[in-house]
Design a protein around this ligand. Structure first.
Ligand SMILES: NC(=O)c1ccc[n+]([C@@H]2O[C@H](COP(=O)([O-])OP(=O)(O)OC[C@H]3O[C@@H](n4cnc5c(N)ncnc54)[C@H](O)[C@@H]3O)[C@@H](O)[C@H]2O)c1
Length: 305
């Protein structure tokens, strides 16, 4: 039974991924600042920061695969606390790489982001697209990706890089768009959108993102980058708001707000994001399954709408 070391395992994607890993027969060493579940036969929690090499070393012992999810994220958070973002996402990644190599880890999986693509001209966005990131977070992720590739070059450490596209789910941080819309709908408050609301996103349910990650662990070609997302339902933020209002059957209006009052300034906004997922589909058994409507229904259920 393979033992996996997972950083950031107590986070939004990590918690769901750990359920999938345990169900698939893996043993898990979860390393995070926060504990989210009790230890059991196949699950062990280790508390610590990815900035603390000694603690990483202790938690990683005996593991064969590293999945590195721990990061500083959120547009507003990483712009405001950019030093923390750079330190956690770059130095932290370097630490996890260093300890993984020292312990002869067989494969290193790194969680990167579609933010590295920034604004593209060609859609859907394939892994070959030139990075045009606009944010500190995007910069930190592309730098960390380059560290991963350099460790492969120097130490022959095998890797996969995953670029997640707009993962969502009912247990997500509260500043995420579907969470914010759901909360307002619950309180019968207007929904707020920035600019004209014509920014296009392709939302990927966290269950699909976890399944994609598991597929990459099991079947992907090593030393490759993969987009993980759902390309089936690209939607503008305005249409997302309309869809959610319609599903709620409530009489709620949409407020259009200037970018200057949003959490992302206009020059940092990315207008269109649709993943090309043909590579992961070709190399693994991944296929996004959950529709946006199914995903939103789960949010509504949680908030009793
Ligand atoms: N959620 C998305 O839509 C999305 C999209 C693209 C990429 N990603 C990437 O996927 C990964 C997981 O994202 P998420 O949405 O689950 O985020 P999250 O914020 O819910 O989880 C991150 C976890 O990392 C932990 N962490 C943060 N700093 C740490 C440190 N110094 N030491 C140890 N642990 C630390 C946090 O406690 C948290 O449990 C991240 O690397 C993120 O950049 C997420």
């Amino acid at each position: 039974m393979k033992k996996i070391f997972i950083t950031g395992g107590s986070g939004f994607i990590g918690r769901v991924l750990i359920n999938h890993l345990l169900a698939d027969g893996f043993k898990v060493h979860c390393y995070d600042l926060l504990k989210f579940r009790k230890n059991s036969k196949n699950f062990k929690f280790f508390k610590g920061s990815i900035l603390d090499k000694k603690k990483i070393s202790n938690a990683l012992k005996g593991c064969e695969i590293t999945i590195h999810l721990a990061a500083s994220l959120g547009v507003l958070n990483t712009e405001k606390n950019n030093l923390d973002c750079l330190e956690t996402n770059i130095i932290g990644t370097k630490n996890v790489l260093e300890i993984s190599v020292k312990n002869n880890i067989k494969k290193f999986i790194f969680a990167s982001s579609s933010e590295i693509y920034g604004e593209q001209k060609k859609f859907p966005i394939s892994e070959e697209a030139e990075p045009k990131f606009k944010s500190i977070y995007g910069l930190s992720k592309i730098t960390a990706e380059n560290y991963v590739k350099s460790y492969n070059q120097k130490y022959k450490m095998k890797y996969n890089i995953i670029r997640y596209f707009n993962v969502y789910g009912e247990d997500q941080r509260q500043d995420f768009v579907i969470s914010k819309f759901t909360k307002n709908i619950k309180k019968n408050k207007n929904l707020t959108i920035y600019g004209k609301g014509n920014q296009i996103r392709s939302f990927c349910n966290v269950e699909d993102a976890a399944e994609g990650t598991l597929e990459i662990i099991k079947r992907a070609k090593v030393n490759n980058v993969y987009n993980v997302g759902n390309n089936l339902e690209p939607i503008s933020i305005k249409n997302l708001a309309k869809k959610m209002i319609k599903m709620s059957k409530k009489k709620i209006k949409i407020d259009m707000i200037d970018f200057k009052d949003s959490d992302r300034s206009k020059d940092r906004e990315i207008y269109k994001r649709i993943p090309n997922i043909s590579k992961i589909i070709k190399d693994t058994k991944y296929k996004p399954k959950k529709t946006l409507e199914q995903g939103i229904k789960v949010f509504f259920k949680k908030y009793a709408i």
